[in-house]
Design a protein around this ligand. Structure first.
Ligand code: SAH
Length: 218
């Protein structure tokens, strides 16, 4: 596929950054990442103009690319440091993963839908993000082979907090997870104080596609 990033796209991105900033995102590194990444590449060409509105948008396989503000907000909660080893659950379009890699993190990301995993892995390599490590599997199980992680980010709405993921988090590590029983989730930040103590903070309410168990092979 032929990807082009025009002055118009760059202008739209600048406006998006201003909007995200006005909603309370102050970390300049995150704003710079949003300014740099051509988000329109992540949507089908016919919908390119939607890429720079601050909305979630349907991608393949009945999934969504998260709203830019939500991506920025979760990233800010994660307090990303260069070289952090980060596990993302829910690769989806790959956009969140590119924001994390732009912050200098080492990124491991898992997707449970085979078709989406294949499409996004290929796409990320095509646009030059070959250093993002993509995996097909059930995010509930994490990636024990690569654990422990400094940070874990869940980009689907959970109704329980996976114990396996907490185990794979370093002491002092941070996990950000949209969590709750209803459709609207609380944005929860967990800080692993030591093997037994987890500090929990609540940061507002967000809507997400469901965090499902098992994989889809179709
Ligand atoms: N981070 C994505 C947002 C994708 S939407 C982006 O930036 O575009 C959430 C994604 O989580 C969907 O693709 C969905 O298939 C995936 N998902 C849901 N449950 C999962 C699980 N148990 N393991 C891995 N991925 C999961």
């Amino acid at each position: 596929m032929n990807y082009t990033d025009s002055y118009r796209h760059k202008g739209l991105r600048k406006k998006l950054v201003e909007l995200v900033k006005s909603k309370g995102i102050n970390d300049d590194r995150i704003l710079q990442a949003i300014l740099k990444i051509p988000r329109h590449y992540f949507l089908d060409a016919a919908f390119a103009d939607w890429a720079y509105r601050d909305v979630a948008f349907p991608i393949d396989a009945d999934q969504t690319i998260s709203q830019p503000y939500t991506v920025a907000f979760q990233t800010e909660l994660l307090d990303v440091k260069p070289k952090d080893k980060i596990l993302e659950i829910g690769t989806g379009s790959g956009y969140q993963a590119t924001v994390l890699i732009e912050l200098g993190a080492k990124v491991y990301t898992i997707e449970r839908q085979k078709k989406l995993f294949e499409k996004t892995s290929k796409f990320l390599a095509e646009i030059g993000y070959n250093s993002i490590r993509t995996f097909f599997g059930d995010g509930y199980l994490g990636l024990p082979r690569y654990a422990p992680f400094d940070k874990i980010i869940i980009t689907a709405g959970a109704n329980n907090i996976p114990k396996e993921l907490l185990k794979q988090l370093k002491i002092g590590g941070i996990m950000v997870i949209p969590y709750g029983n209803g459709d609207v989730k609380d944005m929860i930040k967990l800080i692993k104080i030591d093997a037994k103590n987890i500090r929990r903070e609540k940061h507002g309410k967000f809507r997400f596609v469901p965090f499902k168990t098992g994989v889809e092979n179709k």
